[in-house]
Design a protein around this ligand. Structure first.
Ligand SMILES: Nc1ncnc2c1ncn2[C@@H]1O[C@H](COP(=O)(O)OP(=O)(O)OP(=O)(O)O)[C@@H](O)[C@H]1O
Ligand SMILES: [Mg+2]
Length: 341
């Protein structure tokens, strides 16, 4: 375990002069926000975690007059500081908000970006209040018809955006994609990956072993992983699952585009489909498919879904699923069908 002083030193080594967000030092935060011109007459009165999050330090800052969200990406995974993470991901996230700002069908479903400080890897975002993310979908909570059209409407509009040349470079987002690629397509099927799956669900280790020994399956996963890494034409969100959706009184909002990239839209659609499956609401998929306003290789979306099902079940990034071995076996079988059929 690293102390705060050690983390600060690490941050300063890797991010130079940047401002290190320390929740116990309101005066320093007040000073920095003032320097940036983000607050003027008012003062920082409190800071609290904004919600559940692993990668970044995401907090709600309150002054007497308003509240906003401050998100800092540090060169590690916030919940597990021993795991390194690409430090410049906040700048990529900011670029996404900027590139989509003039497309109301996208930006109107996201918090407004109020400012960004690339030197310190900070984002300032509109506060959507204590809207909950939609991880509750895994436990019986249902998407409404309206939310389904909001989700698919968002993706249709996002995937229609033509990103201008000067800002295309940042959306390669290479380091984040490499990180994701390792977790989704490589580590779960690696021989001795050190994951104790039987501790999660007795018998799951054997199911994973079957897949690891299945050459056709391994090949199919590697192949779709290769497609994930290809640079493509369209801006995709890159992490389109219930943890990135917030329920708000004005409807559903999308957050957290730090894994965005220029690639193939089928990726977002496949992730969406996989999580409908985990939420046991795959019956919604047909209607959503019909509502998607663009051409799409649905088979490819299915292959991305197959890999998502697999790594969420036998990889590191586990979800809070209430499911036993039978259910997991059925989902892994679906993964095999989607990837190999
Ligand atoms: N603009 C916002 N308004 C209100 N709440 C927010 C806002 N942005 C984030 N939150 C809350 O903070 C949580 C974490 O935010 P976010 O997903 O952006 O952080 P993260 O560190 O990237 O998380 P993860 O590790 O899950 O990717 C969200 O689930 C939500 O509860
Ligand atoms: Mg995130």
């Amino acid at each position: 375990v690293q102390s705060k002083a050690e983390l600060r030193r690490r941050f300063e080594q890797e991010c130079g002069e940047g401002f290190f967000l320390d929740l116990s030092d309101l005066a320093a935060l007040d000073h920095h926000l003032r320097e940036l011109g983000w607050i003027e007459e008012d003062h920082v009165e409190s800071v609290e975690p904004a919600g559940e999050g692993d990668m970044n330090l995401t907090v709600r800052v309150r002054t007497a007059r308003r509240a906003f969200i401050v998100k800092q990406s540090r060169p590690w995974v916030e919940k597990h500081p021993h795991i390194p993470a690409p430090a410049r991901r906040a700048a990529v996230e900011a670029a996404f908000y900027i590139a989509t700002a003039t497309f109301p069908a996208v930006s109107g479903r996201m918090p407004a970006l109020l400012g960004s400080d690339d030197r310190s890897q900070l984002l300032l975002l509109e506060d959507l209040g204590d809207s909950q993310n939609m991880m509750t979908l895994y436990h019986g909570d249902q998407l409404t018809a309206c939310e389904c059209s909001e989700l698919i409407g968002y993706l249709s509009a996002l995937h229609a955006i033509e990103v201008e040349q000067p800002s295309r470079g940042v959306f390669r987002n290479r380091e984040m994609r490499d990180l994701n690629h390792a977790h989704q397509y490589e580590i779960p099927l690696r021989g001795n990956n050190g994951l104790d799956l039987d501790r999660l669900t007795p018998g799951l280790g054997d199911l994973a072993a079957e897949l690891k020994f299945d050459r056709a399956y391994r090949f199919a996963v590697a192949d779709v992983g290769r497609l994930y890494l290809l640079d493509g034409g369209q801006l995709v969100h890159g992490d389109f699952f219930p943890g990135s959706w917030l329920r708000h009184s004005r409807g559903l909002y999308v957050i957290d585009p730090e894994f965005c990239f220029l690639g193939c839209p089928e990726y977002d659609l496949g992730i969406l489909y996989a999580h409908l499956v985990f939420a046991k609401q795959e019956n919604l998929w047909n209607t959503m498919r019909k509502r998607y306003a663009r051409d799409c290789d649905w088979k490819l979306a299915g292959r991305f879904a197959g890999a998502e099902l697999m790594h969420r079940l036998i990889g590191v990034a586990q979800l809070p699923l209430h499911a036993g071995l039978q259910q997991k076996r059925a989902w892994l079988e679906l993964s095999r069908m989607l990837l190999c059929a």
